[in-house]
Structure formats: C-alpha cells, structure tokens
Design a protein around this ligand. Structure first.
Ligand code: UDX
Length: 463
C-alpha cells in the first residue's frame, strides 16, 4: 500500500506543522509531515492537548503543545470533546491564539541546537496564523484537507446566504430538489446541509480565503487527474502557488494518527466473507445521526441478505452512548452476518478483497480512500464539504449512488441492491477501477502527484 519516497533534499532545514485537532484534519497533516520528513526535513508539530495524537507513534517528530495548556481556563476546559460543540475551539483559538503562537514560534526560531526553520504549514482553517507568520517574516503554507471542487462553493457561502438559499425548508419539496443556478450540479438540498449557521460560516470562510490568498502556497490532498478542471479554474482565480500531491494516505496510512483504537479483530472476520460481498458502513469522525436514523440503518442492514461491517462511533447517535437503541431482535436476525465496531482500520477494510461497497458520509479522506481501493460508494453526506463531495461521487464521476431521500430503510435496501447486485453496480465498479489506476499512475515516478511533491520540496528549499 505504501509508496516510497527516497530523495533527501531538505537536510538541515526544519518545517513546523500545525494541524487542526480533528481526526479528518490530523490524518492528512501528519501524513504530509511524514512525506516531508522522508524528503530530509526535520519536523516539529504544534498541537493542542485536545485530541492529541499518540506521540509515541512519531518518535522522529518533535511535538509542542499550545493553546490549551491551562486546565483551569474556562474558555476551553468546559467545551465538549465530541459533537458540533467541540468545533467551538476553531473559532476560539482563531480569535485568541495569536500571542501564544507568536511566542512559541519565536522560541522555535531562536533555537540554535535545531535546524533553521524553513516555513510554517498550517491547516487552512487556522486563518489566524497568517498574520503571526507575517510578523515573524516566516513563510506560511496552507494545507487544505478537502476537495478542490468544494472550494469555490465554500467561497460562495456569503453569496448563498445573501440570496436566501441557505434558509430553504425541507417541506418545500420542489425548491429543495431544484438545481442551484450558480452551480447547476448541486441541488438546494445539498447546499443547505453545508452549514446551519450561514452568517458565522460566511464570515469564517471569508477570513480563511483572505489568509489563504496571503499565504506562500496551498497544498491539496488530491491528485490532478481527479480534479483537473477545478485546478484550472483555481489557478485563474487564485494566483497563490498550488501543489496537488495526494492522496497522502497512499504513502503513509492513517492508523498511526488514529485518535480511537482501531478494532483489528474485524480483519479475521472479513477473511471469512466471500469476495466483494461486504457492505462497509462508516460516517467518519464527526458526523452524528438521530436515534430514528440509527434504527433505519439497522433495519436496512438487517433486511438485506449481505454481510456488513458497521462502524458506530461512541457518541455518534444523538442521545445514546453507543448501540443501546438498536431495534429488538436485531442481533438474532443478523447473527454472524453483521459486525458492529466502534472504530475500524478503515484503509485495511477498504483494501480487503471481501469489501464490496462503502456506505459513507463522504468526508474527503474517506472518499479518497475508497477511490484508491476501487470500492463503489453509497453516499449519505452530513455537513460542510460532504454534500458537495457526494454529488461529485454520484453525479460527476458516477462511482457511487446517493441516498437521495435521507436515511430510511427502503431507500437503503434499494441503494445497496443497485451497487451490489445490479448491472449499474458493475458499471460503477468499472469506473472507480479506472480512477484507481489513475491514482497509481499519478503517484508513480513522473506522475503528476510525484512531480508536485518534488516541486513542493524545491519550493520550500528555496525559502
Ligand atoms: C471531515 C470533513 O468532512 C472532511 O472532508 C475534511 O477534509 C476533514 O473533516 P471526517 O468526518 O473526519 O471529515 O471524515 P474523513 O475526512 O473521511 O476522515 C476520517 C478518517 O478517519 C479517515 O482517514 C478514515 O480512514 C479514518 N477512520 C474512519 C478510521 O480510521 N476508522 C473508522 O472507523 C472510520
């Protein structure tokens, strides 16, 4: 699975990386850090104590903890660790983190016993870091962890808000199903899912975009062949240098940065299942569903005849600790045909020959991981970029099907049948296999991602 990178060009220079402390952001940032390390750079990671990764998995990196070191500071000590409330840290630290970050960076820059610092790489959502980097004359590169094509749609949130697009009600069915005039690929029901706080999100996105424009460059976890037209549009509208060197997980898996222990026992159960027979269900690290949606998933999976592996993250079901609201008789009906785990070794599951399809929330990491293993998708997007990613999967690349009417058992059974049993599913599988091939070509020597990685290393070395 892992690609090798061997040329050591960044010797005696150091890069400081600062991920956003959420699973879908930590994974690609630490994978990028490993990539840069493999090119000869020393690595320092700035991180919050909240959601800190297992540092013993990274003995070759130096970690510094910032922003939430005081356990008595009520601004963050009482914030929830899960659910939407946990994201309040993004707003808080963007508002009040500058002085502490500047202090930490000054310390790093003054260290005589460590290699000199070439640049700072931060998650795009840490927009406050640009002015701090500028004040220290330190180049800042941005890592954007999502798709390229979702970027202009994010940028349009203030416009959508002004036009009243984000306040449409689900009850007005015809409006909800209609295409958005500015982006005909998307439906109104897609963009209303992006945010429940259009004003706040609009302001946030405007800040993020301005600080990305002011940065020295943007790194995307994607590959050129997947998003060629979006890349062209971006380079016209956004003159900042862009680097598309993904998918990062093809070099370094996400397992070492997993915040929850991955249940490895599931792999021996997969070994016993027929090829391409298992429906793998996971909604990533942050998405939540209601108790009634949870029961619909359970009925949908119980009603089909196929084996399934279902990840139910503790806290994922609103109002429940874990799986206590499963329907009566679920376990008896399903027996050993179905497995529920708290967290899976997702990349290994997707790469396993028994896995037949991935019912996903279309977080960008999950979407890329599915493409890389050629596994067709069933799409149940929740929020932010996921509805846009899902529309590309179902309507542009046609490598999955959308659960158009939300999570309910009849739609679930039909979607699984379309992907796993119908001719349509075979065609989907062929298309995603072609994309899988393209990924491999882009990562091979001379391919677009391979070249972009070398360009990035040269660019950083020129600072
Ligand atoms: C969110 C956004 O939707 C995403 O697009 C953005 O780039 C990051 O934040 P998230 O819910 O974290 O995403 O999902 P995703 O981007 O798919 O990342 C989840 C990661 O957790 C993946 O790398 C996946 O392999 C891993 N995972 C998931 C596991 O290791 N085990 C599991 O059981 C489920």
């Amino acid at each position: 699975m892992e690609k090798q990178t061997d040329t050591k060009v960044g010797c005696h220079r150091r890069i400081i990386l600062f991920p956003l402390p959420y699973q879908g952001h930590i994974n690609p940032m630490l994978q990028l850090a490993n990539l840069l390390y493999s090119k000869g750079f020393s690595i320092t990671i700035l991180h919050t104590n909240f959601n800190k990764p297992k540092t013993s998995n990274y003995p070759h990196f130096t970690f510094r903890f910032i922003l939430d070191n005081d356990p008595h500071d009520k601004r963050y000590s009482k914030l929830p660790s899960q659910g939407l409330g946990s994201f309040a840290r993004i707003i808080l630290f963007n508002e009040c983190g500058a002085d502490e970050l500047r202090h930490q960076l000054e310390l790093e820059l003054s260290k005589k016993d460590e290699p000199p610092v070439s640049c700072l790489v931060t998650d795009a959502l840490w927009h406050f870091t640009q002015s701090v980097a500028d004040s220290l004359s330190l180049p800042r590169l941005v890592l954007r962890t999502s798709s390229l094509f979702s970027f202009p749609i994010y940028a349009s949130i203030p416009l959508f808000h002004d036009l009243g697009y984000l306040n449409l009600s689900e009850n007005n069915h015809s409006d909800y199903e209609a295409s958005v005039p500015e982006y005909p690929l998307l439906k109104f029901k897609d963009i209303v899912k992006i945010t429940s706080n259009p004003q706040g999100m609009g302001d946030f996105v405007t800040n993020m975009l301005n600080q990305m424009k002011a940065s020295s460059g943007i790194i995307w976890n994607t590959f050129k062949e997947l998003e060629e037209s979006s890349l062209e549009t971006l380079s016209q509208d956004f003159p900042t240098p862009s680097f598309t060197l993904g998918p990062f997980h093809k070099y370094f898996p996400a397992s070492s940065s997993s915040l929850i222990e991955q249940d490895q026992t599931i792999l021996s159960w997969l070994d016993k299942q027929p090829p391409k027979s298992v429906v793998y269900v996971s909604y990533g690290s942050g998405a939540r569903i209601t108790e009634s949606e949870f029961q619909e998933v359970a009925h949908g999976l119980a009603n089909i005849s196929l084996p399934f592996l279902w990840v139910v993250r503790p806290g994922m079901v609103t109002g429940s600790e874990w799986v206590e609201s499963l329907p009566e008789n679920f376990k008896e009906r399903v027996g050993d045909r179905g497995r529920i785990v708290k967290w899976s070794p997702q990349q290994e599951v997707l790469a396993h020959p028994a896995t037949g399809c991935f019912w996903t929330h279309n977080g960008w990491n999950s979407t890329l991981e599915s493409i890389c293993e050629g596994v067709p998708m069933i799409c149940s997007p929740c929020y932010v970029d996921q509805p846009v990613n899902a529309r590309y999967v179902s309507d542009v690349w046609k490598i999955g099907v959308m659960l158009e009417d939300g999570i309910e058992r009849v739609g679930i059974e039909m979607a699984i049948k379309r992907v796993m049993m119908d001719k349509e599913g075979e065609e989907i599988r062929e298309r995603i296999s072609c994309l899988k091939e393209k990924v491999n070509v882009s990562l091979d020597e001379g391919g677009s991602s391979f070249q972009s990685l070398n360009n990035l290393v040269d660019y950083i070395s020129s600072f």
